[in-house]
Design a protein around this ligand. Structure first.
Ligand SMILES: Cc1ncc(COP(=O)(O)O)c(C=O)c1O
Length: 427
């Protein structure tokens, strides 16, 4: 490793070689192949503990946002630590249940929940539906009545605050599809209050992801609080406030507020309400706990650029291609090659297929690289584009490394495809 990097928790440098906990990146790649997602159990545990500590004795529930990393081994680890879960689909709910998560600690977000998903969640007995439209509320009511159940609901407020993050991951502005404004929220709460099968128990918002400032959070809490007080004056008493997820992590040189600073700022405003405080963090729990290991296949001198073609691509890690995300790319061991500037690209047939541009690396073909900060929105966003089997995932704890997802086999790719008789027989 020829450069100095800010190494995330769980990863370290021993005599110039990258380690995840007590296991070297090189030995992991040799044992399990590449591309390979590697997670540190200690880093996840510590990140969760930091949120728990931030709340202190205050009544709270941390609902890990499953979309950030949905491997059931990771969900089980978090469930054991006491985590609840924020889900956005029936599939995510079934993952949580398969991992032994407690349905009573699950909140269901998302702008388009199907009838089947609502029925599944009601039957499982989730904590709350985060409702995003009048149509959704009506559908939940209809299904709850049919199942003879009471559905606990919260309305997702769109507070129209600028999260000051990438516009693709900003969700709390008027022009975004998420949540409803305060006037519509009041109408929905009134309808729920009057229904015998709907129970308004909370209020929520989620304004975006990778937020690096506290102000947008405290601004949105102001809006939530005003609405809570207004509803109280109308006899609707909510029990919890869910401020969503969104706290950023350091990918490069971002200054990110601590979980404690965030919770302190919010609690100051909410103390007088004595409500349970809920959050839905994803990235801040798993983002820096994961790395993607990838091998350099080809070094190619273009006319204007030099490329390192690696065996991981946009189908494995979409963030750089999707929203120009910057993640540290580093050599996992010193190789002695002269550091030169490369675009680190994958084999996928898209110009947008890159993991990093203009990176100074001392590498030769066959060397191993690590893309840091890959624990959140890494594997979960991966696809089979270009018929590439998805990577394996490994969880490291001390000197142990366990496969938590096997590398996909190429036959898995067409396992659900069918050859109807006329095509099979050529008739
Ligand atoms: C409703 C909801 N809650 C929580 C999250 C998690 O956000 P983050 O990973 O930034 O903490 C998201 C992610 O976009 C979300 O849509």
């Amino acid at each position: 490793m020829s450069h100095h990097y800010n190494m995330p928790n769980g990863f370290g440098d021993r005599e110039g070689s990258l380690f995840c906990e007590a296991v070297s990146a090189d030995s992991l790649a040799q044992r399990f192949g590449t591309p390979l997602y590697v997670y540190s159990q200690t880093a996840i545990t510590e990140a969760f503990a930091e949120w728990t500590k931030a709340f202190g004795v205050a009544d709270h529930l941390i609902c890990f946002a499953v979309k950030a990393n949905s491997n059931i081994a990771i969900l089980k680890l978090l469930a054991r630590l006491g985590s609840g879960f924020d889900i956005v689909s029936g599939g995510e709910l079934q993952r949580v249940l398969a991992a032994g998560g407690d349905a009573a600690k699950v909140v269901f977000s998302g702008v388009g929940k199907s009838g089947a998903e609502i029925e599944l969640a009601l039957t499982a007995g989730i904590r709350c539906f985060n409702v995003e439209s009048a149509s959704e509320l009506a559908l939940i009511e209809e299904i709850a009545r049919r199942l003879n159940k009471v559905a606990p609901i919260s309305v997702r407020l769109n507070p129209d605050v600028d999260a000051k993050t990438h516009h693709y991951i900003s969700t709390g502005l008027k022009e975004n599809k998420f949540g409803v404004n305060a006037e519509i929220a009041k109408t929905l709460y009134r309808a729920a209050h009057e229904s015998d099968v709907l129970l308004p128990i909370g209020i929520d918002c989620h304004i975006g992801s990778q937020l690096t400032e506290i102000e947008p959070f405290s601004d949105s809490v102001k809006h939530l609080k005003n609405l809570v007080l207004d509803l109280r004056s109308r006899g609707i008493n909510l029990q919890h406030i869910d401020i969503g997820g969104g706290l950023g992590i350091q990918y490069r040189d971002e200054e990110v507020p601590s979980a404690k600073a965030l919770i302190d700022s919010v609690r100051d405003q909410l103390d007088e309400l004595s409500m349970e405080l809920m959050i839905e963090p994803g990235r801040s729990i798993v983002g820096n706990a994961g790395a993607l290991l990838t091998r350099v296949m080809v070094i190619k001198e273009g006319e204007k650029k030099r490329f390192a073609v690696v065996d991981a691509a946009m189908n494995d890690l979409l963030r750089p291609a999707l929203y120009s995300a910057w993640q540290t790319i580093m050599e996992t061991a010193p190789c002695g090659a002269e550091p030169r500037v490369y675009d680190v690209v994958g084999p996928v047939c898209e110009t947008g297929d890159f993991l990093g541009k203009d990176r100074k690396l001392g590498i030769t073909e066959g060397d191993l690289l690590a893309v840091l900060g890959a624990g959140a929105y890494g594997f979960t966003m991966s696809s089979n584009y270009n018929s590439r089997p998805r990577a394996a995932e490994v969880l490291v704890s001390g000197t142990d490394a366990h496969v938590i997802r096997k590398r996909e086999r190429v036959e898995d790719l067409w396992a659900n495809e069918c050859l109807p008789e006329p095509i099979a027989s050529g008739s």
